[in-house]
Design a protein around this ligand. Structure first.
Ligand code: GRF
Length: 189
């Protein structure tokens, strides 16, 4: 069974989609959820699912003990699903090629520092884009810069608000994130 570690600071709908998917496809399980906000919804999800969780602050996030804790789970992949802090270089090195992020736009457009959540959708709508989408990519030391693993697009409709576009993007994410991970894990078998 492959072990996954999820980093998230938000609601955790992607974490929920992953947990659900891998209950049905028994090749992986979520070993640990790491959040950087004690009030993150994803922690309630972890509790309800009986998955160990950890809340980090800037100091513990950058400390070698976190890498050691993560290594103790022997993760096949570390999935950033709505986690906004830059990953420290020690962690990138320790888990080279094993950290992936999901970004709610078609990178390299609408990526980089400050481009997260509603800021992304706001910018996409403000620029009159006809399509947006998701990017699943490897993580390196630069925001939203690693090798692209998968992109999927959806239309931006007339009259879309940040919320309606965010909902459409979430649907893409919930479908493609678990399946991309499944594919990556199978190619490592
Ligand atoms: C997702 O849209 C993801 O692309 C972005 O943050 C959001 C997290 O949503 N990086 P959720 O917490 O999984 O619902």
């Amino acid at each position: 069974m492959h072990q996954l570690i999820i980093f998230a600071s938000g609601k955790g709908s992607n974490a929920a989609a992953l947990i659900q998917y891998f209950k049905e496809h028994k090749i992986a399980e979520v070993a640990l959820i790491v959040a950087n906000k004690a009030e993150a919804g994803v922690l309630t999800l972890a509790k309800n699912e009986g998955i160990p969780s950890l809340v980090v602050d800037k100091k513990s996030f950058n400390a070698p003990e976190l890498v050691a804790t993560m290594q103790s789970h022997n993760p096949a992949l570390i999935v950033l699903a709505g986690f906004l802090w830059k990953i420290p270089s020690g962690m990138v090195t320790a888990f080279e090629g094993k950290i992936i992020n999901i970004h709610p736009a078609l990178l390299p457009a609408y990526g980089g520092k400050g481009m997260y959540g509603h800021h992304v959708h706001q910018a996409v709508i403000a620029h009159g884009e006809k399509q947006s989408g998701i990017t699943i990519h490897e993580v390196n030391e630069v925001y939203d810069d690693g090798r692209v693993l998968l992109q999927a697009s959806c239309p931006v409709l007339k009259g879309d608000t940040e919320d309606t576009l965010a909902n459409r993007i979430h649907q893409l994410e919930h479908f493609y994130l678990p399946r991309t991970i499944h594919f990556l894990l199978q190619s490592k078998l």
